[in-house]
Design a binder for this molecule. Structure first.
Ligand SMILES: [Zn+2]
Length: 423
């Protein structure tokens, strides 16, 4: 399925047509102070000039988070009940607005102000809820209105972040294949290939994207929307989000707990991709014989070891919540030996998959060319933050991938990896 994306420089009249055709009379535009200035204000006043009775709600916080405060801000601040919700903003505003649309049972329209994330077409919102990352059902957009002038005017770090979120598909795809081979997870070759193609369409235009050129920026938005469509078709984020995203979520949760702002999603994901590319490189270098030997020698991780790692990463209360129902914490001996057998039998294939992932050198070059983050310090993280994310990031979600694989068979050496990748 392909999202309905309308690329137009006359967004207001295109939106007015859409509203007219749908018989909508009470649209709500949600923005934040920045995206209000960049796009929301203009859209609201043009729609008013066209005779549409529009309400614009600008979130109070200068840099809102996708959390209860922002959702409450809208629900309490509304003057009337809308019949359609338009999210004019980046990933955060979109997550907030489409969740509100979903809970009010209203259609959602996306008006992205930056090609910064692949979530515009998604049917879920990534929220922070009670200090934890939570993906909740939300409304996928009926239409995405893309204005290349608005998108090219976005701050470059947001554009570089969007590129980072696309580069992540280069590791999330082999991560998914690994899950299919070892954990018998469902895998769709067509969707995986589409996801990779979307990433490659963007890497091919890295120089245009770096220059904020409209052509590059619309390719990037197209790639991000395609990636969102892959998630929609699969019915989950698996095609677009692997172990590199777990590292990013870990850093985001840590920042939220400390009450600190966190770097852009795609920036964190880019650094996560660099690390996971390093881990794939290490796996590829191990070779099938050595992998088979180490898997055969591995014992199931002890409950106490798992709990210790989770507590170190998240504190005692959150650790217990995360461990409940987590694949590693609830695994039976039987299931462990099944997966060990799968891994031993498919050792050659696993090494092939690992070798198909890009090297950290390639990811670093791509991110450097787009003038994006290539080191934890570029996104205000320390090497310890990276070590901690590798040690416990996999507890955030039940997602089998390279990180869980690594811990499942106690393959070790994660601290050295950090030194190696960021030497
Ligand atoms: Zn992402």
């Amino acid at each position: 399925m392909q999202s309905d994306v309308r690329i137009t420089d006359h967004t207001a009249s295109a939106v007015a047509d859409f509203l007219g055709e749908g018989g909508y009379a009470a649209p709500l535009i949600v923005s934040d102070p920045n995206t209000h200035r960049a796009a929301g204000r203009q859209l609201a006043s043009s729609l008013s000039a066209l005779g549409v009775a529009v309400e614009e709600l600008v979130l109070a916080r200068e840099e809102p988070a996708a959390d209860a405060e922002a959702v409450g801000d809208i629900l309490i601040g509304l003057v009337r009940t809308p019949d359609v919700v338009i999210g004019a903003g980046g990933g955060t505003v979109t997550d907030i607005a489409r969740l509100v649309a979903h809970r009010m049972d209203r259609p959602f329209v996306s008006y992205p102000t930056a090609p910064s994330v692949d979530a515009y077409a998604s049917p879920t919102s990534a929220m922070t809820f009670r200090g934890m990352k939570k993906t909740v059902p939300a409304r996928a957009p009926e239409v995405v209105f893309a204005n290349t002038e608005v998108l090219s005017a976005a701050p470059h770090d947001m554009i570089a972040a969007g590129f980072g979120d696309m580069v992540a598909k280069l590791t999330s795809t082999p991560d998914w294949e690994l899950a299919a081979v070892v954990a018998e997870e469902g895998f769709d070759e067509d969707i995986a290939a589409r996801s990779l193609r979307a990433a490659e369409s963007c890497t091919a235009e890295v120089d245009l994207i770096r220059a904020n050129e409209p052509a590059g920026v619309s390719t990037l938005l197209g790639g991000l929307i395609d990636s969102g469509d892959c998630m929609r078709d699969w019915g989950g984020s698996r095609p677009a989000s692997g172990s590199e995203h777990l590292l990013s979520h870990f850093w985001e949760m840590r920042a939220a707990r400390a009450g600190k702002p966190s770097a852009l999603h795609g920036g964190k994901v880019a650094v996560g991709t660099l690390v996971i590319a390093g881990l794939f490189e290490r796996l590829a270098g191990m070779g099938a014989t050595e992998l088979g030997r180490r898997v055969a020698a591995a014992r199931m991780p002890a409950a106490s070891t798992l709990r210790e790692a989770a507590v170190r990463g998240f504190g005692a209360t959150s650790a217990d919540t995360l461990l409940q129902g987590h694949i590693l914490a609830t695994m039976s001996e039987e299931r462990f030996s099944e997966m060990a057998q799968n891994a031993a039998r498919a050792a050659e294939r696993i090494i092939e998959i690992a070798a198909s992932a890009p090297t950290p050198k390639r990811i670093r070059e791509l991110m450097r060319r787009v003038d994006g983050p290539v080191h934890p310090r570029d996104i205000d993280l320390s090497l310890d933050d990276v070590r901690d994310a590798l040690a416990s990031g996999h507890f955030i979600r039940n997602r089998f991938g390279l990180l869980v694989f690594w811990h499942l068979f106690s393959l070790g050496g994660l601290d050295d990896l950090v030194e190696e990748v960021f030497a």
